[in-house]
Design a protein around this ligand. Structure first.
Ligand SMILES: C[S@@+](CC[C@H](N)C(=O)[O-])C[C@H]1O[C@@H](n2cnc3c(N)ncnc32)[C@H](O)[C@@H]1O
Length: 227
């Protein structure tokens, strides 16, 4: 049976099934390259002014972002639930000559939302990890915990407007989110929340598709841990 037949089943069980190693291993094993191999535009934009240090790429997929960061001089740890994806990251890093600057690691957000030790990375980046609403706070707080004092959390996601405009099919209720959801969940909307909001934006970009260019909207949040 093909798991993608579950795409339109929006029960919590089905949404969580799309966050399992089995689901993603099958997807990553099914094609040489699921994503483009290039870094996400928002990651490139949002790290341009940062001094390279240690970076954690959460739900790294095939490692387009992780390899790019390593090439910019970051020491990168790339984690994902899919061992198939992680093997691709390692191979891609070797091909690009940055194998010594990338570590890979297993991370299952549903099993333990914390991908790393507390307050350990200068940059923690998570791109397009869409999780069911009941799991959102635990997972995103767990991810944010890995940011070192003075370090940054960068969250990039699909904006829910894309469903309204028809740019994307509905992945499930509440899966896509706005910047405010991240700020509220982490307390970054409060002056004493321990975060400085550097970016909370919803920019549009053009995405190439088989039917021509499509305008899509991203959620982009960049926070700096102030304490
Ligand atoms: C839409 S892809 C994004 C990949 C990559 N960040 C990128 O931008 O190309 C979502 C990623 O989340 C990973 N993922 C799904 N469920 C997960 C879980 N429970 N824990 C950790 N990673 C998970 C998948 O394996 C997949 O690589």
């Amino acid at each position: 049976m093909h798991r993608h037949h579950h795409d339109h089943d929006h029960s919590l069980e089905a949404l969580r099934d799309a966050l399992t190693a089995g689901f993603w291993d099958e997807r990553y094993a099914g094609s040489d390259r699921v994503w483009s191999g290039r870094p996400n535009q928002r990651l490139v934009e949002q790290t341009a002014d940062l001094t390279p240090g240690t970076a954690l790429d959460v739900a790294c997929g095939e490692g387009g972002d992780a390899v790019w960061l390593a090439k910019q001089g970051w020491r990168v740890t790339a984690v994902d639930v899919s061992q198939v994806a992680l093997a691709k990251v390692a191979a891609h890093a070797e091909d690009e000559g940055v194998g010594d600057r990338i570590r890979i690691g297993f991370y299952d957000a549903l099993a333990d939302p914390r991908p790393a030790g507390r307050h350990t990375f200068d940059l923690v980046t998570v791109s397009f990890l869409h999780v069911p609403t009941p799991d959102f706070a635990d997972i995103y707080r767990g991810i944010a915990e890995a940011v070192a004092p003075g370090g940054r959390l960068l969250v990039t996601a699909h904006h829910p407007d894309d469903v309204v405009t028809g740019a994307r099919h509905d992945h499930g209720p509440g899966l896509m989110f706005e910047p405010d959801r991240v700020l509220g969940t982490l307390g970054a909307d409060r002056p004493d929340g321990g975060w400085e909001v550097e970016v909370a934006d919803t920019p549009v970009r053009e995405q190439a598709t088989e039917d021509g260019p499509l305008l899509v909207r991203d959620t982009v949040v960049r926070l700096r841990r102030t304490e």
